[in-house]
Design a protein around this ligand. Structure first.
Ligand SMILES: Nc1ncnc2c1ncn2[C@@H]1O[C@H](COP(=O)(O)OP(=O)(O)OP(=O)(O)O)[C@@H](O)[C@H]1O
Length: 231
């Protein structure tokens, strides 16, 4: 069953149109990647879903609701949680407090402080230290844990591998595959081919605000991507 569907989406910031006729879907429990170089509009796909970029044409539907009903402040309540680029750990708050922010939306499900700490034990060990005092990899776990605390149906990750050592990226890949096995759909925005390869079942490649290639991961080679993505 389709969870998220964008059909013929044109989206803009003010007068500047960024997305041109984008059609993308994510099924329940599916792991989908959006690839493409810097500035091609990957984050804007998410921003269009959240009502941050303006939908000029086309439709966006999530779990049977049209996008006009989903706005930034209600997306988490509708079941979309975003792990933003750069992680955005809130300075001055402890690890525990950062996690609890994610739960503020009030959706129930399998994720709580306890279950998130079972997934990422370091978050329990560091629960009372400032979130921003942790390493990059640990902050990424915190950002993912915070998003899970909202018990989302769709977890969107915007360049989660940025700044992480390859071994940490491999661990992250395993975690994300495990989450989808638990029925959380994954939309992974990435330039790191090896993470995409490990996690995604289907992919879309974007260039200049449009989808220029799509398919199943088995059909995606490093060579075919070189012209669109940093590998
Ligand atoms: N809030 C905004 N207001 C105006 N223009 C924006 C805004 N956010 C992004 N843009 C512009 O939209 C275009 C697409 O940006 P977007 O962030 O979606 O790309 P991206 O593929 O996610 O790249 P990156 O990996 O660098 O984040 C860029 O030209 C960018 O400058």
């Amino acid at each position: 069953m389709t969870l998220l569907r964008l059909d013929g989406v044109h989206a803009s910031y003010g007068e500047a149109q960024v997305l041109h006729d984008i059609s993308i879907s994510v099924a329940r429990g599916e792991r989908v990647a959006i690839l493409g170089r810097n500035g091609v509009g990957k984050t804007t796909v998410v921003n269009a879903c959240l009502g941050i970029a303006r939908l000029r044409k086309g439709t966006i539907a999530f779990a049977g609701q049209t996008a006009s009903a989903i706005r930034h402040f209600t997306a988490a309540r509708a079941g979309i949680a975003v792990v933003p680029q750069g992680r955005r750990i809130v300075p001055g708050l402890t690890v525990r407090e950062n996690l609890l922010l994610g739960a503020a939306v009030g959706r129930s499900g399998r994720w709580s402080f306890e279950t998130v700490c079972e997934l990422f034990p370091i978050l329990r060990e560091r629960a009372d230290t400032p979130g921003t005092a942790m390493s990059g990899g640990q902050q990424q776990m915190l950002a993912i844990g915070r998003a899970l605390m909202a018990n989302p149906d769709l977890l969107v990750l915007d360049e989660p591998s940025e700044g992480l050592a390859p071994v940490i990226v491999d661990e992250l890949g395993e975690t994300l595959v495990g989450l989808a096995a638990g029925e959380t759909s994954i939309l992974l925005i990435e330039q790191n081919f090896s993470l995409v390869h490990r996690v995604a079942e289907r992919y879309y490649v974007m260039s200049k605000g449009a989808v220029v290639e799509e398919g199943r991961l088995e059909g995606l080679s490093r060579e075919s991507l070189k012209k669109h993505v940093a590998v």
